[in-house]
Design a protein around this ligand. Structure first.
Ligand SMILES: NC(=O)c1ccc[n+]([C@@H]2O[C@H](COP(=O)([O-])OP(=O)(O)OC[C@H]3O[C@@H](n4cnc5c(N)ncnc54)[C@H](O)[C@@H]3O)[C@@H](O)[C@H]2O)c1
Length: 276
């Protein structure tokens, strides 16, 4: 394959869950800008309608649909509708995710942390635990399953899961359900990669560090939070959704044809340690 073809996904069919905002929206945008036909799925009806319309006016081949990834039957129907509309399915991003409320300490910058009774294990509610596991792990399972059903017969496909550095590193300000779900999603990704490898379907994960999106009630949009977090980053800045586009395109394109079962961290060096 010529190098010029390595990142060519023009005309391919793609689905991105959680595409109404943040990283999923940036991923959908990157795929659409690269010529893919993209279905944006999200549980936020207003956002999905507005963003799909915005991308359409830019001339991209996109469509949007409301779906909750926890409704596995509706998700399967949304996949069928996407294939009917795009005539094919080549790329799927299992990206939808929610935060899990506070962890057992408060604060994000290291200096102002104190024990937080709301996030303590003994007060953590079943309701919150179940919803986080349902969306962040069950939703990934249902998305990968819906994709495998359609991709196995064609013996090709690219599946990408958004996990988190929280999949392998504990952050006590983040609720433990989130970390447990992300660790589960990372290992599920590996299991599915092994199962689907012989079908020429690659399955990988993106593990973001700290990105400015709407998750966690949009706390990352607070300039004070950004400044505090930037101090922890060896690259001296937090991540923005545009930063995810290159890695997303790499994992969705022929450039990553022989890469499977891998979780790639993108965090400005955060998990390396503090440089200065
Ligand atoms: N922002 C970060 O710092 C960060 C770090 C690590 C991992 N992540 C992961 O990145 C992914 C995207 O999050 P984001 O930061 O862009 O947040 P975001 O809130 O900006 O976007 C998440 C989108 O997912 C949608 N969504 C939530 N629950 C859904 C459901 N049940 N069904 C369908 N859609 C649903 C939301 O409506 C929203 O549009 C998540 O999996 C998140 O855990 C984010």
């Amino acid at each position: 394959m010529k190098c010029a073809e390595l990142f060519n996904i023009a005309g391919q069919g793609a689905i991105v869950t959680g595409a109404g905002s943040g990283l999923g929206l940036a991923i959908a945008e990157a795929l659409a800008e690269s010529g893919a036909r993209v279905t944006l799925l999200d549980v936020d009806a207003g956002r999905i309608a507005a963003e799909t319309e915005r991308l359409r006016t830019l001339g991209y081949a996109v469509r949007g649909e409301w779906v909750d990834v926890c409704d596995h039957v509706a998700l399967g129907r949304a996949f069928d509708a996407a294939v009917a509309a795009h005539d094919r399915l080549d790329i799927v991003f299992a990206n939808a995710g929610i935060d899990s409320g506070p962890g057992f300490v408060t604060g994000w910058a290291g200096s102002q942390r104190a024990r937080n009774p709301d996030g303590a294990l003994e007060t953590y509610s079943d309701e919150r635990w179940n919803r986080v596991i349902d969306v962040n792990l069950g939703g990934v399972f249902a998305t990968l399953r819906a994709a495998a059903r359609l991709m196995k017969p064609q013996r090709s496909g690219k599946l990408i899961v958004t996990t988190s550095v929280a999949a392998y590193q504990c952050e006590p300000a983040i609720g433990s359900a989130y970390m447990a779900a992300k660790a589960g999603a990372a290992h599920l990704m590996r299991c599915v990669a092994l199962e689907l490898a012989a079908f020429n379907i690659t399955v990988n994960a993106i593990a973001p560090g700290f990105f400015v999106t709407n998750i966690g009630g949009g706390h990352a949009k607070n300039p004070d939070v950004q400044a505090a977090m930037a101090k922890l980053m060896p690259m001296h800045r937090v991540g923005f959704p545009d930063d995810i586009k290159g890695l997303a395109l790499f994992l969705a394109s022929p450039a990553s044809a022989y890469l499977t079962g891998q979780q790639i961290t993108i965090d400005g060096g955060w998990t390396l340690g503090v440089a200065d």
